[in-house]
Write a protein that binds this ligand. Sequence first.
Ligand code: NAD
Length: 489
Amino acid sequence: MSMGRYRMLIGDRWVDGTGDSWITVDDPATEEAVGRVPAGSAADVDLAVAAASGAFDGWRWTAAGERAALLQKAAAKSEEHAADLLELLTREQGKPRSEQEEELEYAVSCLRYYAELGRSRRGTVIPSGEPRTQLNLVLREPYGVVGAIVPWNYPLLLLSWKLAPALAAGNAVVVKPSEWAPLATVEWIRRCFDHFPPGVINVVTGDGSAGRALVAHPGVPLVAFTGSVETGRHIASVAAPMMKRLHLELGGKDAFVVAPDADPSTAADAVAYAALINAGQVCTSAERVYVPSGLHDEVVAALEARVSSLRLGHGLEEGVDMGPMMGEPFRGKVERHIAEAVDRGARVVTGGRRPRDRDRGWFYEPTVLIDVDHDMAIMRDETFGPAIPVMTYTAFSDAIALVNDSPMGLGATLRSTDPVLVKRFFEEVKVGTVWINDPLTDNDAGPFGGMKLSGGARELGEQALDEFSETKHVHWDLSDAPKDWWYPY
Ligand code: NAD
């Protein structure tokens, strides 16, 4: 495949940027170049923010129905262009084609959801002190220019979760895709959002320095960011003195608890899926598995059978269950976590190495580890790769304590059909999303986000529309009569 050249969108023009610096994007399965994008600079960010600011006023006062129609059209175009977008996405990001299809379907569904919601949801009228002569309105109004900074693991999906509510709420947007996987995003905006008024959507490609310039720009009152805790901390430190609004979706260390009543074999299948989809590179990947001592051997045997049967390969090949990891630094972290755990006494049941039959690409065998504990990095820090550490517990209260023994609080899963355990679990775990029996399933109307270090933002649902708009209270006295509490007292 020849290497494509992709560009940035500033206002109504696709440009190479003001510098002469480019980022090459590789296929993680072959290490061959797929395309390149301009390495955007602070000057490019200035131009993009100026274009967005110029477009904001017109967009803000565009009828909600018209905004909805434009979002619906973007959804329809995304379906028309799906084949090309999915191939590009698979080449640059690596997950199997079926997982990419699901990503695009969810992104399209998100566009449609906010098209509908944006038409009908505005402010409220609240009771006034003098109901006959006064009106009190609570308005929601757009911020202006939203900076949307996205990671590489679900480039289109995570952008749709920001773009759709931000646009539906009347904001203009400057998008900064990840330098690891920006190509499908650029192509998606170019092909499927070209009917939006110029400047309403802008794209600045580049690495963290372009992201930093967007965060520091005084013309960007709201930064919506999905990425690591470390980057989130940096963004917060820059944004706080400027009193910017932050919408932060950060890392996770999600727990998966198998309850004593669960079927060990089905539980193992659910764990394998929750831990290994996208080669374990999901913010809500199951990264810690807790099983009752009595079920340990059965669950681990079923997990070993399932995990060792998975077929690794290029995401575009038929019959591939798991693709490569995104890049060398990410595989390196998984290897460090596993090596440290083994040093401290953990045992590898299956996997634990690079596949022998692949000399190119960032592949790593899906791995099951036992005899782990919370002193090991693999049970504390985000691994973000295909590793499944399994630990035993005795009482169900211990399992809940282990789930909560983490600085992160994104999601958690329980396998159980015992209503007493289920209720206790979802009430007591300190996370933003709880899955019972069906891990990692999103719902457009269901708020998604974390607690603790995972960041406090909520994407999706009505709440995200609120997060991309700010509140204004209007106290309106309809008469011109003077008030008896005015001077003189
Ligand atoms: P990352 O933090 O390295 O990068 C994310 C984005 O931020 C990229 O576009 C990057 O260029 C940009 N960036 C880097 N430094 C910046 C800075 N100083 N200022 C502004 N922008 C900067 O994360 P990643 O490796 O791309 O993604 C993986 C991480 O994302 C994991 O920690 C994962 O858990 C998290 N994640 C969270 C969610 C969620 O919804 N909570 C979803 C997906 C991924």
